[in-house]
Design a protein around this ligand. Structure first.
Ligand code: ME8
Length: 530
């Protein structure tokens, strides 16, 4: 297994405030990054904003602001949300920063010199919304953008082109030789059938119809196409072509580093076709994996700024807490598929998994240890009651599945496993009936065994939950008074290692949500927003 890990989110358009859909991808990547760090990988996690392009220029104008002023304000909102959601990114790249624009210009020049970019004239179907040119076949008889389904219009301009047609076989080989490069598998077929088979034309990589972009040094009435500009962030942030390129060497060039891009289905084409092509033109190695997550839907439609059907994450996090929102996003929407945001599911998921399962297990256990053992966790002994061994085996099985699933990017399933373990813990209480054992002086040893098994199940679960429940896991470990050296991941293999300490007074991890009350509160929030 590789030693290092580099993970990126797409860089978001700061054309409006961030919405829950943007938060979705950032939380997923954060959970991965935290998981990898916990497993001892040197990890670098990047997010940022894609600040150029006609749409931003237009939105700024509409509110009488200069584009730079406009994006500066929006970027503050993105950063604020990431702080609020406890996102552990190592860097935040803005495409308007000089460290980035300089690299974009250099890359453009390199590709020009190599002959992979040439000057020509473009006539085609242009989608203003996606800032993309499309071919006749792609827009069909109805002249609709294949991405956003809006009407496209005929447009013509002097433009630079990237010789995408030259690298089609390279892409097909890349998919064939690296089955995990692009997943889920269905995305590969989509790329081949929708974009490659109908004939991939050269890509127009400059614009003259607006100015808010990185100027082409060689001909400055052109600005670099926003996608060539944006994709470059993944390497400009690491210092590619800059005086200090140590991070680039460490996290990109070094074969010991695993590189993962996480992105939404709507932008697969740019990442899975053009980005590998650009890298190949630059003679740079490919990322290891591109994982396409599903979209968060609202009333079956993609939640998006331009459709105005977004859920504002700020009040949601402020009212329900960081962990609750993070957990919901990761656990409810199966990683890789689309999912709908509904207030009912949100409240029910929180109550079921966090309040009734995890919180309840901790509370019951703390209560019993206080009552029966004056708050001191009994020392672990294996196999005292008939239910002990099966529980211990289940813990081992859970840890194994969790790691396998996580390593295979099956993040929703990985946490479902932890949830099962917690449920097993609750069931173990019902099976062993500690309240009955407590009545019998001769059953003191059994009672002690039950308590120490429970504490150790909570301990393992809290560690496994750490990447997503950033606050509650810590609180649970604090309440159990787990020594800091035992909080290192590798100790969880040693089941029973927690014992002998005095627990803290219990305080519920998650308050129970009143379904009717909270559903109507969230619905109001959604209506206010849309
Ligand atoms: O496309 N559900 O930026 P963007 C889930 N700047 N995820 C969603 C979502 C939804 N409803 N809406 C957005 C761009 N996302 C470019 C990217 S990268 C070099 C340039 C997430 O602000 C999803 O991950 O439109 C999507 O790919 C990303 O936000 C892009 O958002």
């Amino acid at each position: 297994m590789k030693k290092r890990f580099y993970i990126t989110t797409p860089i978001y358009y700061p054309s409006a405030k961030p919405h829950l859909g943007n938060a979705y991808c950032t939380v997923l990547c954060d959970v991965f990054a935290r998981y990898k760090r916990m497993r001892g990988f040197e990890t670098y996690f990047l997010t940022g904003t894609d600040e150029h392009g006609m749409k931003i220029e237009k939105n700024a104008k509409a509110v009488n602001k200069l584009p730079q002023e406009f994006v500066d304000e929006m970027v503050e909102q993105f950063k604020k949300l990431w702080t609020l959601l406890d996102i552990s990114n190592d860097d935040y790249i803005r495409t308007t920063e000089e460290r980035h624009t300089k690299v974009v210009q250099q890359i453009f020049s390199k590709l020009l010199e190599k002959g992979d970019i040439y000057l020509g004239e473009y006539e085609g179907w242009y989608c203003k919304e996606c800032e993309a040119f499309w071919t006749e076949t792609q827009v069909g008889k109805e002249h609709l953008c294949p991405d956003c389904h809006r009407s496209v219009e005929k447009a013509k301009e002097e433009a630079y082109f990237y010789k995408a047609s030259k690298y089609v076989d390279f892409i097909l080989d890349l998919y064939k030789n690296n089955p995990k490069f692009l997943t889920p598998e269905s995305r590969k077929n989509e790329m081949i059938n929708t974009f490659i088979k109908p004939g991939l034309g050269d890509l127009c990589v400059s614009r003259t119809s607006f100015t808010w972009g990185v100027p082409v040094k060689e001909r400055d009435k052109h600005v670099v196409y926003v996608w060539l500009d944006a994709l470059t962030n993944y390497i400009s942030a690491l210092g590619y072509l800059s005086d200090d390129d140590s991070l680039f060497k460490k996290y990109w060039l070094d074969e010991e580093s695993e590189i993962i891009h996480c992105l939404g289905a709507d932008i697969t084409r740019f990442h899975a076709i053009y980005w590998p092509m650009f890298l190949n033109s630059l003679n740079i190695r490919m990322p290891d994996r591109e994982f396409v997550h599903g979209l968060l839907l609202m009333k079956d439609e993609k939640m998006s700024k331009s459709k105005g059907n977004v859920v504002d994450p700020f009040p949601l996090v402020e009212k329900y807490g960081v962990d609750t929102v993070r957990y919901y996003l990761v656990r409810e929407i199966n990683f890789g598929s689309d999912g709908s945001f509904t207030p009912q599911q949100f409240v029910e998921r929180v109550n079921a998994d966090l309040v009734n399962s995890f919180g309840n297990l901790l509370n019951r256990t703390l209560g019993m240890i206080n009552k029966y053992f004056d708050g001191v966790v009994p020392i672990f002994k294996s196999g005292v009651t008939e239910f002990d061994k099966p529980l211990e085996e289940f813990v081992t099985h859970t840890i194994k599945s969790y790691e396998t699933l996580f390593d295979d990017l099956k993040i929703t399933d990985a946490f479902a496993c932890v949830n099962e373990l917690v449920n097993k813990g609750n069931k173990y209480i019902d099976d062993t009936a500690p309240w009955a054992l407590a009545k019998d002086e001769n059953k003191k040893e059994q009672l002690a065994s039950v308590m120490s098994h429970l504490v150790n199940v909570i301990y393992v679960s809290a560690i496994l939950y750490q990447p997503v429940l950033v606050q509650a896991s810590k609180l649970a470990l604090d309440q159990l008074n787990v020594p800091f050296d035992l909080r290192d991941y590798n100790n969880i293999y040693n089941f029973g290692c927690v014992g002998g300490g005095k627990i803290e007074k219990g305080q519920p991890l998650f308050p129970r949500l009143d379904v009717d009350l909270e559903v109507s509160y969230i619905q109001d929030l959604m209506n206010k927003n849309n």
